[in-house]
Every structure is written in C-alpha cells, then in structure tokens.
Design a protein around this ligand. Sequence first.
Ligand code: PMP
Length: 301
Amino acid sequence: MGDQWIYLNGEYVRKEDAVISVYDHGFLYGDGVFEGIRVYSGNVFKLDAHVHRLYESAHSIMLDIPYAKEEFKQIIVDTVRKNNLENAYIRVVVSRGKGNLGLDPDLCEEPRIVVIAEALALYPEELYERGLKLASVATRRNRPDVLSPQIKSLNYLNNILVKQESKQAGADEALMLNDQGYVTECSGDNIFIVKNGTIYTPPIYLGALEGITRNAIIDLANENGYDLKEQPFTRHDVFVADEVFLTGTAAEVIAVVEVDQRPINGGTIGDVTRHLLQEFRKVVLTDGVQCYPDKKNNAEA
Ligand code: PMP
C-alpha cells in the first residue's frame, strides 16, 4: 500500500497532511457543499451529473468554485489515477474557506477544495443479501423553504439526527417524512416502493434530494418496461408495499425487508429489486468517465 494522496487546493498532499483551518466556515458552520461519487472498474459513474449538481449546490449558496466544470472533472479523474484506484468512493468538498468567527461569508478567503478518493465499501455485501430494516423517525426532513434538500450542503445535521434515531430504534436506516407526513427519503438514500407491478418514488418537491442513482433507476425501470410513477405516498403505502428499496451512490440499490416492525415481502428481497440491482451493476461500468482509457476497460471486454 502506497501513500494516499488527497487533492487540496491545487496540490496533492498526504492524508496525514490534508488539514483545514479551524476558522474554515465549512467547519464552523457547515457552510459549503459536497458530492459522493463512485468509481467502478476505473469508470467514474455519472461524473457529469455529480459535477453539475455540485455546481448547482454552490450556485444556490453563492459560493464561486474557481474552476471550470471540465477542469474540476479532470481533477477528480486525476485524483483517482494518482491513488491508482480501480474501485473507489470519492468525496468532493468545497467549503466557504477561512473566515472570522462571525457568520458573514463575504469575509471568508477563497473556497477550500478537497477531493478524497479511497477504496471503501460503505455497505457490506451481507446487507444486500439480508436487506435493511427501516424505522420512521420523529424528526422531519428539512422543509424545502428552510434548507432545500437539493442543496447538498455540509450541513447534514438533519440527516445525522435521523440516523441516530433509526439506530436507537434498532433499524439500519430512517424513513423520513415531510411536515405533512408524506414520505420523502432516508438519511442518505432515495426510496422506492413497488405495488401491483408499478414502481413509485416520491416527487422531489416533497423534500428529497434528486439522487443521481434515483434518476439512473428511473431510466433503467423505463428501459426495462416497468411502469414507474413519481407520486406522493404515506407510511401506510410503504407498510403494504410488495417491495421497498433504497437507492444512493453508497447504497446502490438495496432492499428493505422491514419497516417499523412490519415485514415487507415476507421479510425477503423482491424480484423487481433484484432485477434493478442487476441492471444497475451493468450500467455503472459504462455510463461515466474512464480514468484509464489507455488500459483495456473491463466493460468493453
Ligand atoms: N438523499 C440524500 C439525503 C443523500 O445524501 C443522498 C446521497 N447523496 C441521496 C439521497 C442519494 O443520492 P445519490 O444517488 O445522488 O447518491
């Protein structure tokens, strides 16, 4: 194992040396934005979409990223290459930078840009075999007019609090509702249910992040002839669903087999979920940017 190199504002530094000021407003106030991206066999899956969402989040909070999008994409690819990774999780962070102890973002110096790429399996394979348990939580999803779930900001306290609540309830993930009681998403994943052959996912305006995996699954479902609707639903609809699954960069497509102690599909993984995971694991090898175009790519073999 060689050194791990982190991209930090124009330089590659060793993991131990990759440090940020305690005056950085990302640290002091969660003032910044981020992305999580996966690399599969050297293919940075949906790199364009991730960089696009990063820039939209930054634009929304008036944080100027001092690179063109194409340059930023190249930095991400180069960081994977620098660390010689084939399969990896990438974390991109852009914080407001060093300021004073006040809130004013205009007093911050330039943004801090961090790209971390590491060989990390966030979900053990065993979870794909047994499926997840969900618990609905008292804490509601941030209202879009308070802090939009579309801004992938460094302020993830809403998500952390529900993760805590779901663990206290003995579950793996939290089912988050909005202030009207409609299902939105989970702490770090989007949610889908299957009922009588139709797949449903909440419209994002209810208060869910527009997940890139969510959109990929919508495309795959349509391509594979499933009927899919973006439609509001409640906890009850989740309890009586034939199948429930979550999607996310870290989770990919993962079955839910229990919600608030109600078994789903008899506590087993359903066929639609299995099929979509299978299709998803094919598409992740092709839809993206190849880090090692010089090498023969597995996906083309
Ligand atoms: N919802 C939330 C709150 C998330 O943090 C994530 C992970 N980024 C998702 C959904 C899934 O989004 P994606 O598929 O783009 O990873």
